[in-house]
Ligand binder design. Sequence first.
Ligand SMILES: [Zn+2]
Length: 253
Amino acid sequence: MIAPDLETGIDQLCDLVEGARVIAPFTGAGISTECGIPDFRSPGGIWTMMRPIEFGDFLASREMRDESWRRRFAMEEHFGAAKPGRGHLAISSLYQAGKVPAVITQNIDNLHQVSGIAAEHVVELHGNTTFATCLDCNRRYELAWVREQYESSGGRSPDCACGGYIKTATVSFGQAMPENQMKRAQELAETCDLFLVVGSSLVVWPAAGFPLLAKRNGARLVIINRDPTDFDEIADLVIRHDIGTALAQFIAQ
Ligand SMILES: [Zn+2]
């Protein structure tokens, strides 16, 4: 059901969180907008104005790899300055309290880790843009190093010592979903008793499958999102309000 107003919604959310044994949060772009990270997919977002570089093009062309890094460095003013918001802090508090074994996220901004959740307990469906890896040998590279190489060579992206291409640790369009992360997200959805969607419209595959899976396994479903989603009808509670405001009460003092 859709909460008639914010106050009622927060009261019901409190009861559901209190009564839950295992909460599986599933977060999307909406949790990070108050941190200054734009929602790429929203109307007016970057991806509606500039076609994203597909994985095949990244592999096929030196120009595309250079362009991909140029765009990434241009985004650094958003990613580099971002700090966890109230939604991140609330989830981190529930994690510290032992109610959240891990958080599933569509975001690539690393803010759950910064908020105090151990990296191994953040299931990143789309990877992480705050560092890079070699596509061949998987060696990790820091962005500062890549940028230094890029700038000192007049805008050419560096390759790995093994000859492989260095790419942000994100999952690009056309790139396979990380199997291990998908499996972990599925297990969380199956074993939680409260599936908590925060700031996702649940339209991007594979996001849409998890709330259904959780419901089928007997979990309660809560959706906190500014806009309606296709799953509002089967949700036990829907709060269509600002995420930070809806979750702020769970931040441990
Ligand atoms: Zn390598």
